[in-house]
Design a protein around this ligand. Structure first.
Ligand code: GAR
Length: 196
């Protein structure tokens, strides 16, 4: 069976992309990354994708900070469609998703977020968890809707907050779990035919 075609969106260094691409390369997920898109021209995720021979494009976001300009998001949707993407995987993509993409891929966009949602949506969720003084946090894979980190939860992994934890140390431990959780969720969704 040919692998499910994934489109990956990211704004940062791309460690979740790498974890997913490596799991695909090891034959653990029946998928293929068809294209990687970023709103940040020098994002590490674009370089990582190109190293692997995957098409990777920067889309200029326009004048807003928290979302793409509708035209730019429309261009993203067109590229993802042309590449034949069946599931859109947000991997460190730092903008809200709006109608042009949501309507192009209804129920087919997933995200990973560095907290146990619904706690701590938004930016730098690990810092929010530290500031709140909770003893555990983690990461969540969820479907994307028009809200900020509000879509239906698919899976979560817990990470304890240790005495004296720094923001960097905590985020690094959350990322270890992210790199396990995201490929595992994709394997399950695709393997069980939940997305086809
Ligand atoms: C990850 O920790 C991811 O959960 C977070 O950005 C980081 C990206 O790392 N995403 C969000 O905060 C989305 N709201 P990566 O570029 O190394 O995958």
């Amino acid at each position: 069976m040919p692998g499910l075609k994934l489109g990956v969106l990211g704004s940062g260094k791309g460690s979740n992309f790498r974890a997913i691409a490596d799991a695909i390369a090891r034959g653990e997920i029946n998928a293929e990354i068809a294209i990687v898109l970023s709103d940040v021209e020098d994002a590490g995720i674009l370089a990582l994708a190109r190293e692997r021979g995957i098409r990777a494009e920067f889309i200029a976001p326009g004048r807003f900070k928290t979302r793409m300009e509708p035209e730019a998001e429309g261009r993203m949707a067109a590229l993802l469609r042309e590449a034949g993407c069946q599931l859109i995987v947000l991997a460190g993509y730092m903008r809200m998703i709006k109608a042009p993409l949501l309507d192009a891929f209804p129920g087919r966009i997933i995200n990973i977020h560095p907290s146990l949602l619904p706690a701590f949506p938004g930016l730098e969720a690990w810092k929010q968890a530290l500031a709140a003084g909770v003893t555990r946090t983690g990461c969540t894979v969820h479907y994307v809707d028009a809200g900020m980190d509000t879509g239906a939860i698919i899976a979560q992994a817990e990470v304890p907050i240790l005495p004296g934890d720094s923001a960097e140390a905590l985020h690094a431990r959350i990322q270890v779990e992210e790199h396990r959780l995201y490929p595992a969720v994709l394997k399950r969704l695709i393997g069980q035919g939940i997305v086809k």
